[in-house]
Each structure stands twice: as C-alpha cells, then as structure tokens.
Design a binder for this molecule. Structure first.
Ligand code: ASP
Length: 323
C-alpha cells in the first residue's frame, strides 16, 4: 500500500488547535492503524511514497510509482493499493492504468472527509480498497478506483462533487462493481486498453482548453506559441466550437496534435452527425482527433504519454481510435 497524501492523510498541525486548517501529515503506516476490520489476513507492506495534496502530483511521480508497483508485482505481490488526494484521482488512476500492464489489481482510493471530521470516510475506503486489491476477481480489470463501496474503472471515473462521499461516478458506463459485507461483486468487465510504454524522458506538456459561450479563440491563437507538444480542446456537446474559432484550430492542428473532447463529462465524441462550421465533422476534416469516450483530463493523460513516447500524428490517431 502506497500513501501519497491527500485529505485521507490530512490532520491539524500538532498543538495547532485547528485554526490553520488540515494538511497531509499521515503516512501509510498511520493510515492502516486507523482501519477497523483490517484483521491481518491480508499481508500488507506500507510505503509512504509522497505526502502532498494531490494537485501537486506530476507525471514524474506517477512514472516512479508505476515502477515501484511493477517491482512489487515481480516480487510476488498479489495487488497494490494507492492512497492519495481525491482531486486528481481521475487522472492519476488513468496514468497507472495505461502504464501498468500486469493483471494484478491496482486500486486507488482516498477520502472526501478528513480524519478530524465526524464520520471520516477514509478508513472504510481504505478497507474496501484492500479487499478489492486482494481479490482474484479484480484481476485483469486494469486500474480501479474504489470509494463509497463502489468500484470504478479508471478510464471512466470522474470526481463529480466538491464534498460528497459519493463524489466519484462513471457517468458514461456506471461502476464496474461494488462491495457488500466486504465481498466484491464485479458486474462489468471492460476490455483491456492497450498499454502505453513508460516514457524514457520527461512527459510532453499538453494544454487543456475548454470552450465557452462567446469564445473568440484568443487562447487557441496563443497556445501554439507556448511550446505545448499537443492540445486537448474540451468542446461543447458532442464536439462543437464557435465558427469563429475554427480557422485558429485548423492552424494549430497543422502544427501539433489537437484532440477533440467534450466538456459535458459523459458520452462519446460524435464523428458523423453535424455539418455546420465548428461541428465535429468540420473539425475532424480539419485535422482534429476525436477523443472517443475519454473526457478532457483523461484525453490529456493519454496524449501526454503518447507524445512522451515520441508518437507522431498517425500513432496518436490510431491510439485514440481505440477509446
Ligand atoms: N480535497 C483533496 C482530497 O480529497 C485534496 C487532495 O486532492 O489532495 O484529498
């Protein structure tokens, strides 16, 4: 079990009286000590890997973590639990999903209520995550996200609420399973996604731009000069942008890969429905690459890792055609 910080590990400064707010302070060992029901039947190695808010994590941390996880699997570990802040779980879990191709379960969890609040959800989430990671039934499902007794596939899950313990949802597909009385029930088995090799060097910077009402395209005009290796555009609905931004997007797509995702948070990118300027058909014809069922942050993860491996436009197109 690797701890990375986050709300689940956040307490007040010792002697600080709570006036300064909570911050990540607990490590893996302390977190495990606070879990009623962990009866020792699962042998656990506790590793305090990072201790930060999850917004401070970067691709480099996840690449280092993936290497640690692979080494544990080679040494005989049945599964791995990663405990971190919930703010970026939807992205970190997808990075691990793409980089780790072993069938052993990798389960990411966290908490919405910190340990100083009434009924913190961390201990229950950690117990459930251990139960899933230790379960042979969870093998071959890629990286899973377990909170609130639900099991989500990394490729589908998003954080959808600022405070609710039921914040994690898979809007397009639903959860792949759940826990009842500590037993794991898997209801859906998504086909494995092709793994992406671990980039040898730094991961390429990729920008994420969200379109909004009345957008005049000035960010699109400028982003090309900022040194990004690729851009993900979160468009309206099924993949639409204002007509006035189309020329800038076409120019950008001629220089770096530009992936078209939706800002709606669920559903596949359209490819063949609308024919107006700025529609999905128009943008795809101008070189933009549809993101399939991936939302903007997940499309950015995939594009970053592909470009970090030196993929060219055709390899990017082929990889996105599989999601
Ligand atoms: N609110 C966050 C959490 O749920 C903070 C973080 O992501 O580190 O853990």
């Amino acid at each position: 079990m690797f701890s990375l910080g986050g709300t689940i590990a956040s307490t007040e400064k010792p002697g600080g009286g709570g006036g300064g707010g909570v911050a990540p302070r607990l490590g893996a060992k302390e977190l495990l000590e606070g879990v009623p029901g962990l009866d020792g039947s699962v042998g656990l190695e506790a590793v305090a890997f990072r201790r930060c808010p999850s917004g401070d994590l970067a691709f480099e941390d996840l690449i280092a973590l993936a290497a640690e996880i692979k080494a544990r699997f080679e040494a005989g570990a049945a599964g791995v639990v990663v405990v971190q802040g919930t703010d970026t779980i939807e992205e970190t879990s997808f990075v691990l999903d793409l980089l780790i191709d072993a069938p052993n379960p990798v389960v990411v969890t966290g908490a919405m209520r910190n340990p100083t609040l009434a009924s913190p959800d961390g201990p229950a989430n950690l117990l459930a995550a251990v139960q899933v990671a230790a379960s042979p039934e969870a093998r071959g499902l890629g990286c899973l996200v377990v909170l609130n007794d639900e099991v989500h596939a990394a490729r589908f899950v998003s954080k959808t609420h600022t405070t609710s313990p039921a914040a994690f949802r898979s809007m397009t597909a639903g959860p792949v399973g759940w826990l009842v009385e500590g037993r794991l029930r898997i209801a859906l088995r998504p086909a494995p996604l092709p793994a992406v090799p671990v980039p040898a060097g730094p991961v390429a910077p990729v920008a994420l731009l969200t379109m909004c009402l009345g957008d005049d395209g000035r960010l699109i005009e400028r982003v090309g000069a900022l040194g990004y290796a690729g851009v993900v555009v979160e468009a309206f609905g099924g993949g639409h942008v204002p007509a006035r931004t189309v020329a800038a997007l076409e120019r950008l797509a001629a220089t770096v890969p530009v992936v078209l995702a939706s800002r709606t948070g669920a559903g596949d990118m359209l490819q063949a429905t609308y024919g107006f300027p700025g529609s999905e058909r128009d943008l795809i014809a101008r070189g933009l690459i549809p993101a399939g069922f991936l939302d903007g942050p997940k499309a950015r993860v995939l594009l970053s890792l592909l470009l970090g491996n030196g993929a060219g436009p055709e390899q990017v197109r082929t990889a996105f055609a599989k999601v």
